[in-house]
Design a protein around this ligand. Sequence first.
Ligand code: ADP
Ligand code: MG
Length: 397
Amino acid sequence: MGICFSAKIKAVSTCSTGGNLNSMSRDAIDLSSSSINSKFSSTSIPRSEDEILHSSNLKSFSFSELKLATRNFRPDSLLGEGGFGSVYKGWIDEHSFSAAKPGSGTVVAVKRLNLDGLQGHKEWLAEVTFLGQLHHSHLVKLIGYCLEDEHRLLVYEFLPRGSLENHLFRRGLYFQPLSWSLRLKIALGAAKGLAFLHSEENKVIYRDFKTSNILLDSNYNAKLSDFGLAKDGPTGDKSHVSTRIMGTYGYAAPEYLATGHLSAKSDVYSFGVVLLEMISGRRAIDKNRPQGEQNLVEWAKPLLANRRKTFRLLDARIERNYSMESAFRLAVLASRCLSAEPRFRPNMDEIVTMLNDLQDSKGTGGPRRSRTCKQNTDSGNKEVTAYPRPSASALFT
Ligand SMILES: Nc1ncnc2c1ncn2[C@@H]1O[C@H](COP(=O)(O)OP(=O)(O)O)[C@@H](O)[C@H]1O
Ligand SMILES: [Mg+2]
């Protein structure tokens, strides 16, 4: 278990112990092989833990307060679970921050460290450090924390629509398939969050970009949560930092998996995987699918490279009120993000610009012409789009 109680850190100390290489968990885990362990960044300026906890404007909660706020972590208020632990719905008074009666005051999400899990103090401190300092409309707001004996908890604003993962992959009345325009909106919001982290002033690498870490407010504004693996990016003219390989199977960039070299472009790769999940409605790794389809990137790559085949990627549950041109352009963007060579991947600012353009064209394909056709369906006369004929034009740069 990777608990590190070092008092000196910059943002995330790199001391950690082994993980489970064979696990196909969708949670963030240690993906390293032992050969990588010695490659740690030496550029960190140590900051004491006390300094971090006191310099932030975060409220320090006692364990008993959070127990009360969540009604003793009642199973029926469980919002979700991840590698760090379980997240519960709770209520606090908006002025005093003390526990409030359910249904009154402010709703919060309380994440509690699973003491038997693979994550620990290090990941908890990383969240406090980054979310205590970084504020943006596309990052979740951290309200406070609890550090008491072995207990490690985090208190966030409550995001009523939960995770993108649930909306893409869960079935049920509450989880209706997301429309194309909502998918674009969510992709754009998440891209803005990542662009903010990568900006010159922050230079932070998120390292665990995936659908379960993208939360949605009531208007489907995307907010990045879960900063347990976030890491300060390279300084000076360095292109990467060397770290122990942490992340989630199916999302981690190949060069990071192979060398431990982490850069902003590693996040861009993960962004490409999430785009593919949003386009296809398929999970990055899905052991329930037939051989050859279990790894989304491997399955999708030949389809992305061929304009005539791209339509086979599309999530059949999306209502067909968008143009194939819009779908192609998103697929091309995903394909560029997934380039094996990091320097061929766009940066997050470029991605934000491209997604803005796509959104402005309202999914109709923008300046390029898209062809639509009328088709009779069971549900009546519906306008649907036809995918273009084979074209010799190069789609990939
Ligand atoms: N602020 C929140 N509001 C609503 N649901 C949340 C919130 N934070 C987390 N969740 C739910 O809990 C799940 C796990 O949270 P996360 O922070 O990713 O935990 P972990 O660090 O254990 O991976 C999310 O995927 C989401 O479903
Ligand atoms: Mg998570």
